[in-house]
Each structure stands twice: as structure tokens, then as C-alpha cells.
Design a protein around this ligand. Structure first.
Ligand code: TRP
Length: 338
């Protein structure tokens, strides 16, 4: 590529409702990055990827709406970035198929998610190691490679759990270029090990799969109720407490300045009661979330507006994806005959 602008791209699978952990770990840094002038950013809703995880029809569309509304409410500016829905870009599944022609089945066999599903079957004593495993789960890394290569992404910020998928995308691009000439851009993973991980209601990592999350945009009253449910130990008010390893502190820390965090650490040392600390956490979070919550509620009440924003994003994205696909098709010999 002649241009030296960094092209950053990341996808969000449309399963579940965004929670505080997603905000601190993924959404907040992504929105901050989207404000940089030297980076061209693509953010998309990976709705086709969700088919590898669930067949819940209603949940797919609700989650798509919730995630789009969340990103917009938190300040993603669709004029600065390209924000779209994967299924609005028909070139992506086309590229997926083309890439399947240069992708070894053995490469997919090595994907962690697929291997884990096979291991579960074996542990359950199933005679078929592939029992219940769909082609969508098996081919997941291939679709993800197409997402990335479609827009000539140079940088892909992802969680550590996605690192292998990025390596596969690099392998596939390199293989394609080896066979057909230098057409695709080989992407670099960007893995930030400093991103905040929050503890959930039960003290384990906040995660949809543990069912221990605090959704971002629930009404203030519900937010308070959930915070009151966070598990703590049985130390009494007045007894000094350890902030490290405390769920309340881990959540507070992710949304506080260093000075605020130091103040709360002092309060722990001084023996703040759990009830008081929970109230303090609630008030702190509510002050941060109140404004975006209003924007979120307004967006959720107007899904047609989100739909049209996604369409505009897809149009913008397709100016690139059409061109790249045309180049790819030409390179592989799918060309006008005369
Ligand atoms: N697999 C990613 C996840 O579960 C989501 C995703 C889909 C993605 N396509 C992508 C991330 C392309 C980065 C680039 O988190």
C-alpha cells in the first residue's frame, strides 16, 4: 500500500448485552483510539460470527441493536470512523469463500475454540468427536480473516483470546499472496495486556459466560441493587480491609483517576464498611453513566435511526470492499471473459 496511514479494524460479536467489563476493557480504549487523526478506524458488528455461538433469533437482533446503541451513546462518532454491520457487506462472505481455497483444513483443526469443543466431546465420552460442532464454529477464523483482509487492516486490536485468530489471518493472507501475487495486506495484532479486567458480582472475572455481569445501561435503581449484591468478605466496619482482590475496588479502580483510587485505598485502610463502599461505588459509576445512559435510552427508542446510521456506514465501507474484492477476483482469475 502506498499510503502510510494506519488502518485499525475490530469487530464485536453480537451476543449479549454490553456490561461494565466490556466498557473498561474494549469499548473505552477503542473509542479513544477512534479520535486519533493518524488512524483510520473500522468498527463493526460481527453478526455472522454470532451464528457460531447461538441460534437464538430474537437475541441476535436485540444484541445487535444494544451494541450499536452502546457504542454510539458512549461517543463513537460515525463521521470519523467507519461503523457498520458485517452482514451489510456482501463482499465479506464472498471473500471468505475465496480464502477457503488457500486455507488448509489442518489450520482450522488447530483453532483453540474448535479444539476445546472436540475435547469436551471426548471428555463426555461421545463416539463422534465433532458432535454438535457446526461449520460456522469450525470456519470462524476464516470469516474473521475475511473481515480483516477485506479492508486492508494494518492493525487489529483484540483481546489475548483472539491472538491465534490473528495469526491465522496472517497465515491466510501470506498464503494468498504467495499463490496469487501481492494483493492482501498482512495485519498486525495489537494486544494490550494493560486493559482493565473487572471482577464480577461473584468475584470471578466479569464475563457473560459466568453470568456475573453488571450491564452498562440499566436504570440507576437497578444499578444500585446489583452493586449491593457484589460479594465481599465478612469484615466489619472499622476493620482495615485489603483493596487488592476486592471486587468493589477492582470496579472502582477501572473508572477512577489515580487520586480517587488512592483516596479509596485509604478508606479501606481506615476500615470503611462494605455498605458504605458499595454506596460510594454506585454514586461514582452513576455519575459517569447517567449522561450516556440518557443517550442510550433515546437511541434504543429509535432503532430506525441506528439502522440508517449502519446503512450509511456500510455504504462507506463498501467503497473499499467492492474495490478490494474486484482486485482479489481479478488476481484469482475470475475476470470478464471479453
Ligand atoms: N472474534 C472476535 C471476538 O469474539 C470478534 C471479531 C470478529 C473480530 N471479526 C473480527 C475482531 C475481526 C477483530 C477483527 O472478540
Amino acid at each position: 500500500m502506498s499510503s502510510s496511514t494506519q488502518v485499525s479494524l475490530t469487530g464485536i460479536t453480537t451476543t449479549g448485552t454490553p456490561h461494565l467489563g466490556n466498557f473498561a476493557g474494549a469499548i473505552r480504549p477503542a473509542i479513544a483510539a477512534s479520535r486519533r487523526d493518524d488512524v483510520q478506524s473500522y468498527y463493526f458488528l460481527a453478526d455472522y460470527h454470532s451464528l457460531a455461538k447461538t441460534h437464538d433469533v430474537a437475541a441476535l437482533s436485540v444484541s445487535t441493536l444494544e451494541i450499536a446503541a452502546t457504542w454510539l451513546a458512549l461517543g463513537l462518532d460515525p463521521d470519523r470512523v467507519t461503523f457498520y454491520r458485517q452482514s451489510d457487506i456482501p463482499e465479506i462472505p464472498e471473500l471468505t469463500w475465496i480464502l477457503s481455497g488457500v486455507t488448509a483444513k489442518g489450520l482450522m483443526n488447530r483453532a483453540h475454540a474448535y479444539k476445546a469443543a472436540v475435547a469436551d466431546n471426548e471428555a463426555a465420552g461421545s463416539r463422534d468427536p465433532d458432535k454438535g460442532i457446526t461449520m460456522a464454529l469450525f470456519g470462524y477464523p476464516l470469516l474473521m480473516a475475511a473481515d480483516i483482509l477485506m479492508f486492508r487492516a494494518t492493525h487489529v486490536p483484540v483481546g489475548r483470546d483472539q491472538k491465534q485468530h490473528l495469526e491465522m489471518a496472517r497465515d491466510i493472507a501470506t498464503r494468498f499472496n504467495h499463490v496469487y501475487g501481492d494483493v492482501l495486506t498482512v495485519p498486525e495484532p495489537v494486544i494490550d495486556d494493560n486493559t482493565a479486567t473487572l471482577a464480577g458480582l461473584d468475584g470471578r472475572k466479569m464475563s457473560k459466560s459466568y453470568n456475573n455481569t453488571i450491564p452498562l445501561f440499566i436504570p440507576a435503581k437497578k444499578l444500585r441493587k446489583l452493586i449491593m449484591k457484589i460479594r465481599t468478605n465478612s469484615l466489619e466496619p472499622g476493620e482495615p480491609k485489603d483493596p487488592d482482590g476486592c471486587s468493589l475496588y477492582s470496579i472502582y479502580r477501572a473508572f477512577a483517576t489515580d487520586a480517587q483510587a488512592a483516596e479509596v485505598r485509604q478508606a479501606y485502610a481506615d476500615g470503611i464498611g462494605w455498605g458504605d463502599m458499595k454506596q460510594r461505588l454506585f454514586e461514582h459509576l452513576d455519575a459517569i453513566l447517567a449522561e450516556p445512559r440518557e443517550r442510550y435510552d433515546a437511541l434504543m427508542a429509535d432503532p430506525a435511526k441506528i439502522e440508517s446510521q449502519l446503512h450509511a456506514g456500510a455504504e462507506k465501507a463498501r467503497t473499499v470492499s467492492r474495490e478490494v474484492l474486484a482486485e482479489v477476483r481479478h488476481a484469482i482469475g475470475i475476470r470478464p471473459l471479453g
